[in-house]
Every structure is written in C-alpha cells, then in structure tokens.
Design a protein around this ligand. Structure first.
Ligand code: MOS
Length: 788
C-alpha cells in the first residue's frame, strides 16, 4: 500500500483549488493528476525506468502487395549493439490469429505498404533504428489496388457494421416516398482518410518473468490488451499485467484492441530475455495503428411542402484492408436523427491494398454527420426553410426505425439554446449576402448526436483503518479527466470529501473494465464505482461503522446490472453554430466562431466535460478545413505522414470555440445518469463549418476538406456588398411543432434580392434548382445486394 506521501499531495491539491469539495459531484474540480502532468512527473508508457531494457525498432514493408522472398539481416546484425533481427521465419509463433493486424512477423504476405515485416532489437534506440534501415527486404510484388470509388467491382455488403449494427435497414416505401416528395435532395458527399494524431505516439515496454508478462502500454483499453496478449502468447489472462497510468491521447487509435507496438515489445522480450521498449514514430502512426476510412456517401432526402421529411436515404461506401474487415458504421446516424416514415440506409465496403482502418473519434457518426447534416442544410435551402426550424420540425418522438422510446432527447433544447446564444434569429438566409470588405461572412449550423451506452466493469472499494478510502478500477485517463470524474463519483457515493478518497486506475491487475472508448468510459466505470462504494457502505454499516484493523475491501462487477437495462433509445444530442469568413481574393477560410450546446445527461465535472467538447469541436474544424490523407495510387500509400504535410488545426485556426451543456436528468441510463460526451462534439462540427461556408459564399462543397481552390474560381462571381434585404424578405418565421410550415422564398423562385442571380449560378454553373434532382439518381450502392 502506498503511504502518507500521496495523501499529503492530495490534501495540498485540495488547498490549491481552494474549494469545499464535499459533494463535489458536478463541480469544476481540477485534475487530480494535474500537478504531475504539468511538472513532468506523470510517467507515460515509454518513460518508466525499467532496468536492463533494450530497444526494438520495426522494419516497414517497402512494397505494397506481394510475398516476401528474402529478409537479409546481415548488415543489421553487424551493427554495434544489435541483439537480434526477427521476421516471419525466425520469430516465435503466435497463438491467435483473431486480429490479423496483431499476427505480426508470422507470414510472408504483404498486405500494404508500411506493414511491419521485421523487427530489430538492440542495446540502444539509436542502434535499433539505424540497423532497421539496413535490413534488406525483397519480395515478389503484385499490382496493387488502393483507390476507393463508388464503382469499385469489389464492393460488397458486410454481414454487419461496427460494432454490431445491421448493415442495411429499410422502413416503409423509400423510393415511392422520394419520388412523390415536394422537395428533394440527392447529393453525394466525400470524406477523406483521416489519421489519428494523439500527442503521445504509441509506445510500450514489455518484460517476462517466467510465463508472466508485464507491459506498460499507451492504450485506451488495458483489459483488451491483457486479453489479446494472453491469446497471442498462449498464456492465462491473469498472467498478463497491463499498466496504463497516463496516456497522451488516443482518439481511437489506442482503443478497441492492442496495437502492434505492444505485441512486438512482448515478442522481442521473449526472444532476448530483456525488457524491451518499443515506440512508434509519428510516421508509423499514419500507417500501423488505424485511421478513419475515406467515405463516399449518397444522401437522398424528400420533404413535403411543409418541411416534413418523408423519405430519408443514406448509402455509405468505405474501405478496409486486404488483411481484415473493418466496416465503419457511417450511415447509422441517419437511423435515429430525424423522424420520417420512409427510410433506407446501406453500407458497402471494399477491401483494398491499404492499411487497415480502425477507430477514430466518433467513428461512423463523424463522417456520417457531415453527409446528413450537409444534406439537411441543402434541403433547407431548397425549401426556403430556416435550418434550425427544419430540424425542430423533424424531431423524432420515437426512434424512427424501431419505435423505441428515447431515454431522453435533448436535440430541440440544444437547437433553441444554441440559436439563442449564437444570435441566430434575424439571420439573412441569402448566400453571399454579407460582404465586409474583402471578406464574405456566413453562418451555418448542424446537429450532433452519439449513442449513450455503458459496458460492464469491475471495481474495488476499500475502507482503510486510517479513515481514508481507496477506490480502484481499471479505467484509463487518456487526457479526458476520467480519473478526476471517478474520484468525484467515489467521494459522492461515500459521502466524504475528496481528500478522504484515493483513486487508482490504469492497471489490469485491478480487474477487467471497459476501456476509454465510445464515450462510455465514465458511464461504465462510474457505474462500477457507485456499486463498489455502495457495497462498501453496506459492509461498513454491518461493522457498526468501524473499520477493522485490516480494513474492508469489496469487489463488484456490473455485468448483470448492464444486462438488466431496459430497452430505450439512448443518445446524447447537440447543436453547433458556426461563423466563417472567406477572403474573396484568396479563398482563405477562417472559422471566427463555433458554438455548441449539448445535452449529455448528468455532468460529473463541467470543467473537464467542456474541455472535451471544445477539443472535439476543434477536431471538427480540423476535419472541415485541413485533414486529409493523400493517397498516391502509384506509390500505393498515404504519402503525407507527418504533421508538416498532414495538416491539423493549429492555435491560429481556432479562435472562438464555446461549448455549453444543458443538464439532463435521465433515469434510464445508469445510476449516475451519465450519457458520455467525449466524442459528441466532433459529430456535426464539420457540417456546421461547411454550411457556414456555403452561406458565406454560395458555394456548396461536398468533399472534405474544404480547400481554397474549391472556392477560388467561384468567388469572382460573388457580387459587391449588397444593400439591406428588400422589404418582405425578413428573418425566417419561427413556427411551433403544430403549425403549418410556410413554403419559404427559396432560391431561385423567391425574390432575387441581390439582382445578381443565385450566387452559385455563374455562366456555366448549375443553380440550386438544378442541384435538387428529381430524377432517380445513378444506381447507388443500395441498388444491388453485392457488387463483389
Ligand atoms: Mo473512440 S474512436 O471511441 O476510442
């Protein structure tokens, strides 16, 4: 047991914050580990001083596709300090092929450029890295296929999409309803490959004591790492210990399953009989740990004259690798976001000679929301409806596809609160109508949502004889503030001040628990912490309130509690409002302001919750304007593999991001009423930016990221600053749910207030009326069962 030193630190931390922390649940408590982090004493996986550790460095395949014919380690082995070189003919055999990405150095096949084909182990990091360059790799290569298209002959219908959603769904008569709708949108949206870039790259240290394996790993999910390593190395799960104390971000790339670094470290440690450290580089991180698949999404929306959606269709195409199937759930958001009687969603996949995609923040909902929320904006323009009111009009009372009741649904509250805070009322809906000097200003908005779930976890609570409590759970804090939130939850349940509670996380020795992913960490872990603390209080009562000499310890598991959840549709919701300015000469886009209002159940810690939302919204700006993995089809790989060439939003790109929370009481989730919000803020954010760019310029960009050259040749047609709106063209009417929505003055049927014609209609460009297709579109992926 750790002693008084830690308690002193906790107490001083309380003093610094200078608050009464009794009942601190719901308070802005600063991070319990904040001091360690800012003083550099918080240790990340690679930083633990492990005696006699040596270093391993992976060798990536220089070929895209083929079969290894030779690995020549001679030159590498001749390097000072090199201990061994491992590859498929001499590496130890792994026992599990469950995850092909982790079946490392076992087979001669090459599935994508950059796949690890050998590993050099040396006394120093430098020697290992240098020698890795000297390993000679030869292969019989074959032509590769790396480009995702919507006509790819290999498109097929996966059995399910992530994590366990139905691949396709259909309700009512989608085609019939679309054909007879008053207003239609039929457009295709593209999102590129996007790469997770947490600050701390993936790293591990592994060592063996007999058949017991211990690893420090930069992971979001120690329980899954322990289970996978046990399977791979053929040992019992409790013979593996995974420690993950501080994690410098993950965004999905350290979630779900282990990444190669930890398997390679454990394998090398087995071979050389030393602890082995492996740290991936930023370049590796663009290839070997997953990324967000590019998507091609066809949206078809049909509305009646009153602005009610009658037909909603979303057909999504994405890619996976030859090595494994990863089926992004791109279209599932459309299944629950808006009401409407006739609906269809489909997913098609193609396996290419590309790195395996994996989880990236709000997988599915993030690219899916760009398409859905852009299309809703296009529908608003086509119908002459205010986009906020159009969304309110189509709010769902029951989950549209299966009729489930929502446990709570805060979308309309978020829309109204957001519109109010942003100052949406009185917005002039005409595109390109607000020119200030060389800048075109515009506003746009979008809605956000994310499933609210919980997963089973175990937890331990102890009452110590000295009056302190110790709560232990194998949770992970990847920078979210989870450790602090759980500390607050424990103090509340024990009804003591925070200074009386110690919280320990990030160690698989504590017992199995959910990982940090799916925005369900705090909901899942918090549930187990509540249960453990309540069980401990019961025990204490039995003891007459006295803690016996050895203390009391209880251990709980929420598996049955989670199983007992009643069927409800559980989601968080939000609304985001954006103002952009676009330079009329250069096409430069600046996001002046992004404001989000979110309803995510009970908020344990508004300070850290808000930080997460602002971070997620920032990623949305990044997605809208910058991020793109550039595939070079000749070379067969994403070629921009560093932060100089793969752009992410930097400080100067992020000016004014505000996040507000509407507190919700939801009794159908978990004992805490927590919905989870880590990923909620990225959903819809890119669409809010794109919709604002449309409003600023009249140019609809349906392919991310929005580049200067998407706008540049269109902006010279934008008129000089217009006068005030003509009479009769005021702000859009607000209407209640039961009123008939007036058919508004949409372009180009309404009055043309500028006198210059619709901004998109240049001499050759299609006007908005043409963009609303009334023809059945080309055969989309929904038309055929399988193209494979
Ligand atoms: Mo996040 S992509 O759920 O780890």
């Amino acid at each position: 047991m750790k002693g008084a030193r830690e308690r002193v630190e906790l107490e001083s931390e309380i003093e610094v914050a200078g608050q009464d922390f009794r009942g601190a649940f719901g308070a802005d408590v600063t991070r319990v580990e904040g001091r360690e982090k800012v003083t550099g004493t918080a240790r990340y996986a690679f930083e633990f001083p492990v005696p006699e550790a040596v270093y391993a460095w992976p060798v990536p395949s220089p070929f895209v596709k083929g079969r290894l014919t030779l690995i020549d380690p001679e030159a590498a082995l001749a390097t000072n300090g090199v201990l061994t070189v491992l590859w498929h003919t001499n590496a130890m055999r792994l026992q599990s092929q469950e995850n092909p990405e982790l079946y490392l150095l076992q087979e001669p096949t090459i599935a994508y450029r950059g796949q690890f084909v050998a590993l050099v182990v040396a006394d120093t990091l430098e020697a290992a890295r240098h020698a890795a360059d000297l390993v000679v790799v030869e292969a019989d290569t074959r032509p590769h296929d790396v480009v995702l298209t919507d006509r790819h002959p290999g498109l097929y219908r996966p059995v399910k999409v992530n994590p366990t959603y139905q691949t396709d769904t259909a309700v009512g008569d989608f085609d019939g309803a679309l054909a007879t709708a008053s207003i239609r949108v039929d457009e295709t949206y593209h999102t590129p490959a996007e790469h997770n870039n947490p600050m701390e790259p993936h790293a591990s240290i592994a060592w063996w004591e007999g058949d017991r394996l211990t690893v420090y790993d930069s992971t979001q999910y120690p329980t899954a790492v322990a289970t996978s390593l046990a399977g791979l190395f053929g040992i019992e799960p409790d013979a593996v210990r995974v420690i993950a104390q501080h994690i410098g971000g993950g965004f999905g790339s350290k979630g779900g399953h282990p990444r190669p670094n930890v398997v390679l470290a454990a394998m090398a440690a087995r071979h050389v009989g030393h602890p082995v450290k492996v740290a991936l580089t930023r370049q590796h991180q663009f290839v070997n740990v997953g990324y967000r698949t590019p998507t091609i999404q066809r949206m078809r929306l049909g509305a009646d004259a009153g602005g009610r959606l009658v037909a909603i269709g979303h057909d999504a195409i994405s890619q996976s690798s030859e090595l494994m199937e990863f089926a992004e759930q791109t279209a599932v958001i459309t299944r629950w976001m808006y009401a409407g009687p006739h609906r269809r969603t489909t997913h098609r996949l193609v396996r290419l000679d590309v790195p395996s995609p994996a989880w990236m923040r709000a997988p599915g909902e993030t690219p899916g929301s760009f398409a859905l929320e852009s299309a809703i904006d296009e529908l608003a323009v086509a119908g002459g409806w205010d986009p906020v009111e159009l969304r309110i009009r189509n709010d769902a009372e029951f989950e549209p596809e299966d009729g489930l009741r929502y446990s709570s649904r805060g979308l309309v509250a978020c829309l109204r609160e957001g519109a109010h805070r942003f100052g949406w009322a009185g917005r002039d809906p005409r595109p390109a109508s607000n020119r200030q000097g060389d800048w075109l200003l515009g506003t746009g908005m979008a809605a956000s949502t994310l499933p609210a779930r919980a997963m089973p976890s175990t937890a331990i609570a102890r009452a110590e004889p000295d009056g302190y409590f110790h709560v232990l759970i194998n949770a992970v804090d990847i920078g979210t503030g989870a450790r602090t939130a759980l500390w607050q939850v424990a103090a509340r349940e024990l009804d003591v001040g925070l200074e009386r509670v110690r919280i320990s996380i990030g160690d698989s020795a504590i017992g199995p628990a959910m990982g940090a992913g799916g925005s369900l960490g705090t909901a899942s872990w918090g549930w187990a912490v509540v249960k453990a603390c309540r069980a401990l209080c019961d025990r204490l009562r039995l003891e007459g309130g006295k803690v016996p000499e050895g203390g009391i310890e209880v251990r709980v598991d929420t598996a049955n509690d989670v199983k007992g959840l009643q069927p409800y549709a559980r989601y968080s919701f939000g609304a985001q409002f954006c103002q952009v300015r676009v330079d009329i000469d250069t096409g430069e886009i600046r996001v002046d302001r992004l404001l989000g209002v979110f309803a995510a159940g009970r908020i344990v810690n508004p300070l850290t919750a808000r930080s997460q939302l602002i971070g997620a919204m920032t990623m949305g700006i990044s997605m809208a304007l910058f991020e793109e993995g550039a595939m070079d089809s000749r070379y067969g790989a994403y070629v921009n593999r560093d932060l100089a060439t793969y752009h992410v939003a930097a400080c100067a790109d992020v000016r004014d991001v505000e996040a507000y929370l509407i507190e919700e009481e939801d009794t159908h989730l978990n004992p805490l009423g927590i919905k989870g919000l880590g990923e909620l803020g990225i959903v819809g954010a890119a669409a809010a930016v794109a919709n604002a760019v449309y409003h600023a310029t009249g140019v609809r960009v349906r392919s991310l990221p929005i580049r200067l050259d998407d706008l540049l040749d269109r902006l010279d047609r934008v008129p000089p600053p217009p006068g005030p709106p003509p009479t009769g063209y005021g702000p859009p009417p607000a209407y209640g749910p039961d009123e008939q929505v007036p058919a508004g003055p949409g372009y180009p049927d309404g009055p043309d207030p500028t006198g210059y014609g619709p901004p998109e209609a240049g001499p050759a460009g299609p006007g908005p009326a043409e963009r609303i297709s009334t023809e059945p579109g080309p055969a989309g992926p929904g038309e055929g069962e399988s193209k494979g």
